[in-house]
Design a protein around this ligand. Structure first.
Ligand SMILES: Cc1cc2nc3c(=O)[nH]c(=O)nc-3n(C[C@H](O)[C@H](O)[C@H](O)COP(=O)(O)O)c2cc1C
Length: 310
């Protein structure tokens, strides 16, 4: 009787549990540990039009109740993803979300167009393709001195608008918690035709190596994730999901079934699991089983009964 099914912008998810971008690769390694088809979906490692080797120096640091990362979007590029990763992701029989970043507007638009054209072709050949495009607007805008595109609503608007024009794949914009006004940002995404928003990406943070007398990270700042950010991310998901009518996917610090239930009660249609995948390699399967058991125990037959009730 218990149903965990979710409807994310017309994409039917088996359950609300999606693996977050950058913490699950393309699923290959985790697929050796458990059956990925039990998941609601997988968001790919952040892709860019061209391959990137990422940042040098320190890339990750553990913090109290979390971690900082400055990986620098290391990835094989869109073309290699389409050629070498998409087939096995599709074969995992869960919703496939392609996460796309960029260093400038052209890179975002050309990357989205390339994914879109390849997916159109696959569909004409009867093959499954990418189910959702997740647009990561937290990338540094090189022209603006490295400030994230996702900080200023009008800067981000241009990216969402132009990407929307080149793709008919359901579009989910992933918001930065560093946005000047995250509710205005979500409204903008809705106005520009996004089908969903996901939030949050990592919080801009810092660690100083006191003996070297400089930042521990090459790019001065790094992104904070994990349980430390959960209460703030939850507040943002609550604000955004009460302000827009498109679905909201919540994330930030989820490491238990209770955390997932909090996000759903705050209004999230689905959730993403990031840092916790590094703590518990079986996070996905344990959380799916745990959420099912929780719903049975609490006599919740559908997540619609508790979604947005707070
Ligand atoms: C090591 C690492 C790499 C990440 N890479 C990406 C990425 O490529 N694209 C993206 O949109 N988010 C990326 N993220 C952000 C996560 O997807 C997620 O939004 C964030 O970590 C908050 O969730 P969490 O607290 O559950 O980890 C990365 C996070 C971590 C920890």
């Amino acid at each position: 009787m218990t149903s965990l099914i979710c409807n994310l912008a017309g994409v039917a998810l088996r359950n609300p549990i999606i693996m977050a971008s950058g913490t699950f690769g393309f699923g290959r390694e985790y697929g050796e540990l458990y059956d990925l088809s039990i998941l609601g979906g997988i968001a790919s490692k952040g892709l860019t039009l061209h391959p990137r080797s990422g940042n040098t120096g320190c890339r990750v640091q553990e913090t109290p109740s979390g971690m900082m990362n400055s990986v620098g979007l290391e990835n094989p590029g869109v073309a290699s993803f389409l050629e070498n990763e998409l087939d096995q992701l599709v074969a995992s029989n869960t919703a496939v979300i392609a996460n796309l970043g960029g260093a400038n507007l052209e890179e975002y638009v050309n990357g989205a167009a390339q994914i879109s054209e390849a997916c159109d072709l696959r569909q004409r050949q009867g093959q499954q393709a990418v189910d959702l495009l997740e647009l990561n607007i937290s990338c540094p805008n090189v022209k603006e001195g490295g400030i994230q595109f996702g900080v200023d609503t009008e800067v981000a608007r241009q990216i969402v608008r132009e990407v929307r024009q080149v793709t008919s794949i359901p579009l989910m914009v992933k918001l930065s918690p560093n946005a000047q006004d995250i509710v205005a940002m979500a409204h903008m995404c809705e106005q520009e035709g996004a089908d969903a928003v996901s939030l949050v990406n990592t919080f801009s943070a810092m660690k100083i190596d006191i003996y070297q007398r400089r930042s521990a990270f090459q790019n001065s700042y790094a992104g904070l994730s994990g349980p430390a950010i959960k209460p703030i991310a939850l507040r943002m998901v609550h604000q955004v999901s009460h302000a827009v009518s498109i679905p909201v996917v919540g994330m930030g610090g989820i490491s238990s079934v209770e955390d997932i239930v909090e996000y759903i009660m705050a209004g999230a249609e689905a959730v993403q699991i990031g840092t916790y995948n590094f703590v518990n390699l079986h996070a996905g399967e344990e959380l799916v089983a745990g959420l099912t058991a929780w719903m049975e125990k609490e006599k919740v037959q559908s997540l619609d009964e508790i979604r947005g009730i707070v």
